[in-house]
Design a protein around this ligand. Structure first.
Ligand code: HEC
Ligand code: HEC
Length: 220
């Protein structure tokens, strides 16, 4: 008798598990007016002192020392704050960044965001752009056939990012950019509110992602 009840119970649990996982919010950061002004009032001097511990990987001017790691200079402060809180809360996961973010308070995160966002944008050497035509078209026009919006409507015409939490892409390391889009595509990265980037990345080929990464790295 017990077994007969158990079996459907287990089946039901197995069916409900993925639903429950999907129902978890992409991020715990909610952009209330209070949260926006909290980040806006981050103290860049305190952030600078804390940033000494980030320099080995993200550079002392926010330009990362390894192309697989993201540059942080001139990045949108709200975006930086949100990523740090997402790593700390487990909504974004990485073996190097998760423990670091867990050691930071909300105030530390806002102070670091104020410091890195005020640094000048990384300038990468110009590259031969002849093979970036397809990427440029995706950025400025998107692809109506696949219902892909152009990247510029959110990330700005010069890849500068936009208010609220949309990151700047101009000057970002191509290797990091490539990998993080592949991570959205596979669902390994899932902290984008409303799945905005996962839905887009899923429709891009790996080749298109590589070209977009090169396009944005040379943009200034
Ligand atoms: C040991 C190397 C290392 C150190 C030290 C380090 N980081 Fe990182 N950081 C990384 C890597 C690698 C990633 C990309 C992880 C991923 O793909 O999710 C990253 C990602 C980030 C991101 C997300 C950037 C984006 O564009 O989405 C932020 C913000 C960040 N780090 C801030 C910091 C801050 C602030 C510190 C110092 C308190 C710090 N990191 C220290 C390696 C490091
Ligand atoms: C509907 C708005 C929207 C559009 C269109 C859009 N993005 Fe995004 N993108 C976002 C948001 C919001 C985030 C940050 C999500 C998060 O918090 O993880 C993001 C994050 C990213 C990141 C991660 C940046 C980092 O530092 O880790 C990359 C790379 C990116 N987008 C590339 C693109 C490309 C390429 C296109 C065009 C094919 C595009 N996006 C179109 C809204 C958009």
């Amino acid at each position: 008798m017990g077994v007969l009840i158990m079996k459907p119970m287990l089946l039901l649990m197995a069916l409900l598990m993925p639903v429950a996982a999907n129902a978890a919010p992409a991020s715990k950061v909610a952009w209330t007016p209070e949260r926006l002004s909290f980040v806006k009032n981050g103290n860049p001097d305190k952030g600078k002192a804390l940033a000494a511990s980030c320099a080995a990987c993200h550079g002392d001017q926010g330009v990362s020392t390894n192309p697989a790691w993201p540059s942080l200079a001139a990045q949108n402060a709200n975006y930086l704050y949100k990523q740090l809180r997402d790593y700390a809360g487990g909504e974004r996961d990485h073996p190097l960044m998760t423990p670091i973010a867990q050691s930071l308070s909300e105030q530390d995160s806002a102070d670091l965001a104020a410091w890195f966002s005020a640094l000048p944008q990384p300038e990468n050497p110009a590259v031969d752009t002849h093979n970036l035509d397809r990427a440029e078209k995706m950025v400025s026009e998107g692809d109506g056939k696949r219902i892909l919006p152009p990247c510029f409507v959110c990330h700005g015409a010069r890849g500068q990012g936009e208010k609220m939490d949309i990151p700047a892409l101009a000057g970002q390391q191509a290797d990091y950019f490539n990998q993080t889009l592949l991570d959205y595509k596979s669902g390994q990265r899932h902290n984008d509110i409303y799945s905005r980037m996962r839905l887009i990345a899923q429709q891009l080929s790996d080749e298109e992602i590589k070209e977009l990464a090169q396009y944005y790295q040379q943009l200034r």
